[in-house]
Every structure is written in C-alpha cells, then in structure tokens.
Design a protein around this ligand. Structure first.
Ligand SMILES: Cc1cc2nc3c(=O)[nH]c(=O)nc-3n(C[C@H](O)[C@H](O)[C@H](O)COP(=O)(O)OP(=O)(O)OC[C@H]3O[C@@H](n4cnc5c(N)ncnc54)[C@H](O)[C@@H]3O)c2cc1C
Length: 499
C-alpha cells in the first residue's frame, strides 16, 4: 500500500488516521501540492456488500470490525463504551452516513451560558469547507433550507412523500424543519463490495494513491509525537509497525492527528515529555476535559393510520434556539422498521410502524474527561484511557421529553401513535459521537486548539476530528469534522510556506 517512488520532501506532512477527518486532510494537502505520508493503524481491505435499487438498500452486509472494551476504564457511568475501528477508513466502514451541517447558531448559542462555549469560528467561515467535504460525499437530500438546518451541496435530490407534508407544516409552526436527512448515500443504483456507500478509504484515499506525493503506510500505529525543545516544535512521530513489530521514527514538517476523538486524545497524552509532562500541548491542563457525547435512543411507534415509509430517512430538526435551554437539544431521525415496509415504497404502499432515533446533547463540562489510567496498559504498554462521563438528570429529561414532542407533533398532523418499548441505550459511547477533549477555543484557558485546529502550544501539530468540537450540537458530527479538517489544511498550507 506504500507508494515507494516518493522523493523525501522537507515539507512533508504526516497525517495520522485514515477515517473521514484524516482523509479530508490528506486530500486537501495533496491538492495544494504538499507531500503527505499517512499512517494508518489498520489494514486497507474494506469488506461487505451493498445492493441498492432506486435509492433503497435492499441487501447490505458488513463484517463487524468495531472493537470495544480493551482501551478504556469507565469511572463515570459503568456502561460507558469506547467503540473504535482500527482499519483504513476507520468508523466510516460502519457508519450510516447522515451528514447534516451545523446551523449558524450552533457556533455561538453556548455563549449564553459562558464564553467557554463560543467556538472560535462562525458558520460562514466554514461554508466553503462544508462544500469541499460535501462534494466528496455524494449526498442525497432535499435541496432547500429548513429551520435549524442549512441546506448543503447535494448530488441527488429526494423529497418527503406527499402525506408527510402536513406533518412538515405542523413542524414549521413549531419553528422546526421536517426534511429528508442529508445522507452520504451514493447513487440510487449501486452494487458495491463494501458495507457502506461512502467509506473514506475507498472514496477518498484509494484515488489519492495515484498521486506520487502521497505515501500510505498501513499497519502503522502511532505511539508518540516527538517534541524538540530546541526547535520548539514536533519533528517526528514514533510508530509501531504491526508487520515487523519494529518501532520506527518518521520526520515531518507538520503533523495532523485524526485518530478519532479518543484516539487523538490518547496520542497527545502518550506524547508527554519534559516540557509537557501532562501531555503534548496540555500546558493549561484541559486536554481530555469537556468530554461529551450524544445520548441516543431508538423506539418504534405504532400508528392508527398508515403513512408512507421514509426511505431514505426523514429528519425533524431541533426546537428553536431561543425557546430552548442553551446547548440542550434533540433531533429525530425517522425511518422504517421492517424491510417489507421499505419494499412497499416501490409501489406507493404505506405502513403503520415508524422507527425513530433521537440524538440529544449534553452541556460539555470540565468534570467529564478522558485521561490516562494510572495502572492499566494497552498492547503497546501505554496507559488505557480513563473515561469519566455520565448523562445527568437534565440530559435524560431532555431525551424523555423528545418522545412526547414527536408524539404530539404527529397527533397534531392527524396521526395518532403509541410509542413501543424504548430500547435502553442511554449510556455514553453508544452513539459513537464523542467529542470535545481537544477542544478549540480562542483562549488557551478554555481550549487546547486555536481557531485553525493547531495546538496553541505547538502550532505544527493540528488535531482535526470531533475532539476539536467546542460544543456538541445535536447533529451528526462527521461532516463538520471533515469541514474543519479542510479549513485547517488551508492554514497549515500557509504556515508551511512561511516556516
Ligand atoms: C454504526 C455507526 C453509525 C454511525 N453513523 C454516523 C452518521 O450517520 N453520521 C455521522 O456523522 N457519524 C456517524 N458515525 C460516527 C462516524 O463514523 C465517525 O464520526 C467518523 O468515522 C469519525 O471520523 P474520524 O476520521 O474522525 O475518526 P475514525 O473514523 O474513528 O477514524 C480514525 C482512524 O484513525 C486510525 N487510528 C487511530 N489511532 C491511530 C494511531 N494511534 N495510529 C495510526 N492510526 C490510528 C484508525 O484506524 C482510523 O482509521 C457512526 C458510527 C457508527 C459506529
């Protein structure tokens, strides 16, 4: 998998991790003519198959490579999980592909609580980078803004069925939008030898392998970044080669960390040194703090009157910002439960059962964190992460009230429904949307990263995944992580010219 014809390049950037965030970074750097070496802990062999007919996934199989339980210790909620996938493409081998943009308010609404919740950038700063990411994602969506969800750059249009339009009107009266969820779903007709329509290895990295400036090293697990106290920057990464068992050292002009929220946090902690005894870039002591996640639950709802199944899923946006407690919100993704209901859509049939997935939010606080565990070690002899996080009462209440809200909305639109048993999923980690542990803030007191995802303390190290989120909006995080990554690469490109 290594393109060995590359000349070594003094300005070479090392990108660590080939999930959507790292893939976006490599894509943008190479576009600028900057040489990239990407280190990926796992292998590049996406598996599975997907058959899609007229926009409906009819057959889908993917082997589960997700792991859990061997890299952390939970000291908050006992059921706390850390799901990860150490393969090329990371968790995009497993994801659903929902890619809503954040709204303008998501970047500043937390300021109502405290300045620590103000992102160091605005929605308008991110728009061009959302577009760059969206162009790689082959998105299906409805091409119009709805309240609290700006429209993005889509490739394929899909609209709500007619009988949902009344529900959408009722939602709008409440200041909410009901639309088709923007989905990185690829073309309507598809047969693919992988389990997800988009995965960042197949869709972004594999095409980059033709570029002679790109070197992709698989089975290379980054262990530590090496800080040079003399040069006041990081000048190398030490990685474990899983093929040979050896430890290698790789120099670079800059380093982009995109190992997923907890993987990136761990790498920074593991890179402690004399100048940064609490972890690289952690002079203010907040690395790992502000850990947040989306509480998630799923329930089925029986309707008295049938309605068209939503394929792809529908999406009810959050309640208006000015009517909500700051940073507490929910979103509703509405799909079908049975394959037979999905098939009914080919002939305009209707169904009497809906499946609804709700994502809630939590206010990120210092007391919830990821940090090295003193006694337990991973396969490389480095500390496991201690994860201390729980969903407090206000978070659970917000999730519970989301059930009634949906029910009353449908009722108002003429569809009486009963919620079946709620699957017990309210534990941290279940949504696989951790964020915040290497957060951005203009003030180093509140953030490890600056407005361009560079460590305040070490500007030639850029961290660009959801660990950089200042707050966690109720929207799925990956598109915003990719957009931040693309934006950070613009700045890094400028930095490299002047360094
Ligand atoms: C079932 C499921 C459904 C999901 N659905 C959605 C969805 O609909 N929408 C959405 O936005 N998100 C969804 N997600 C979450 C989404 O998959 C992640 O947000 C996204 O993959 C994060 O991208 P990333 O590049 O930041 O991290 P990852 O995808 O985790 O990639 C990290 C990469 O870094 C590599 N790596 C880690 N540590 C090291 C190291 N030390 N050295 C070298 N390499 C390393 C890993 O092997 C991996 O390739 C879902 C997740 C799951 C599991």
């Amino acid at each position: 998998m290594v393109n060995r014809d590359n000349p070594s390049n003094a300005q070479r950037v090392i990108v660590i991790g080939s999930g959507p965030s790292g893939a976006m970074a490599a894509h943008e750097l190479l576009r600028k003519g900057i040489a990239v070496t990407m280190l990926e802990s796992g292998q590049a062999d996406p598996q599975g198959f997907l058959v899609r007919i007229q926009g409906r996934n009819i057959l889908r199989w993917k082997p589960s490579r997700i792991k859990e339980g061997d890299r952390h210790v939970a000291t908050g909620a006992a059921q706390t999980k850390w799901y990860y996938n150490l393969s090329a493409g990371g968790l995009s081998n497993d994801w659903t592909g929902a890619v809503p943009r954040f709204s303008p308010e998501d970047f500043y609404e937390g300021e109502r609580l405290h300045e620590r919740y103000r992102w160091p950038l605005d929605y308008t700063d991110l728009i061009p980078y959302y577009v760059k990411a969206e162009q790689l994602l082959d998105i299906t969506a409805t091409p119009q803004d709805v309240p609290n969800l700006p429209v993005g750059k889509h490739k394929y249009n899909h609209f709500l069925p007619k009988d949902w339009e009344g529900v959408a009107r009722c939602a709008e009266k409440r200041g909410q939008g009901l639309t088709i969820i923007p989905l990185a779903d690829g073309p309507p007709w598809m047969v693919a030898k992988r389990g997800t329509a988009f995965n960042s290895y197949t869709n972004i990295i594999r095409p980059l392998l033709k570029n002679s400036n790109f070197q992709f090293i698989t089975n290379a697990h980054a262990l530590q970044l090496e800080w040079s106290g003399q040069k006041k920057k990081v000048d190398a990464v030490i990685y474990h080669d899983r093929n040979t068992g050896s430890r290698n050292r790789l120099e670079g002009a800059a380093f982009v960390i995109a190992c997923g929220t907890l993987g990136s946090t761990k790498l920074l902690f593991d890179s402690f040194c004399t100048d940064f005894p609490q972890g690289l870039g952690n002079s203010a002591g907040i690395l790992g703090r502000y850990l947040h996640d989306h509480p998630k639950e799923w329930w089925a709802m029986d309707l008295e009157k049938p309605i068209s199944p939503l394929v792809p899923s529908g999406y009810l946006t959050r309640k208006p910002y000015d009517e909500s407690t700051p940073l507490l919100a929910s979103s509703w993704t509405i799909g079908s439960v049975f394959l037979k209901d999905k098939l009914l859509t080919f002939v305009g049939g209707k169904a009497k059962v809906l499946g609804v997935q709700v994502f809630g939010t939590m206010i990120p606080v210092e007391k919830y964190y990821a940090k090295p565990e003193a006694n337990k070690k991973d396969e490389f002899g480095l500390p496991l992460l201690e994860l201390k996080i729980r969903f407090d009462d206000e978070v659970i209440k917000n999730m519970e009230s989301a059930r009634g809200h949906w029910q009353s909305l449908l009722d108002e639109a003429g569809y009486k429904g009963t919620i079946q048993d709620v699957a017990p999923q309210l534990f941290p980690g279940h949504s696989v949307h951790y964020g915040g542990t290497v957060r951005m803030h203009k003030n180093p007191k509140y953030g490890v990263l600056d407005a361009w995802n560079r460590l305040h303390d070490v500007p030639n190290v850029v961290v660009c995944d959801a660990s950089s989120f200042t707050t966690g909006a109720e929207k799925n995080p990956t598109l915003t992580a990719m957009a931040l990554s693309a934006r950070a690469m613009d700045k890094l490109g400028e930095d490299l010219k002047t360094s």
